[in-house]
Design a protein around this ligand. Structure first.
Ligand code: CU
Length: 68
């Protein structure tokens, strides 16, 4: 099990938070997703077969790219 924390600058309202949580939770292997509006951070707990590359690619695809 792995926990990652990403800065996602595009988070601007509760709708963003909801979209991110719903989309990332659908990835196989993801255990929990917590997006936070005030800090614009997303904390994700996952296990195989999920991986960071895949999660970051998904966030980019839904227009919430992780800050470099
Ligand atoms: Cu929003």
């Amino acid at each position: 099990m792995k926990t990652v924390s990403y800065s996602v600058p595009n988070i601007s309202c509760m709708h963003c938070v909801h979209t991110i949580q719903t989309e990332v939770a659908d990835v196989k292997g993801v255990k929990s997703v917590k997006a936070d509006l005030p800090t614009k951070m997303v904390e994700i707990v996952f296990d195989e077969p999920a991986n960071e590359e895949q999660i970051k690619a998904l966030l980019t695809e839904i227009e919430y790219p992780v800050a470099a």
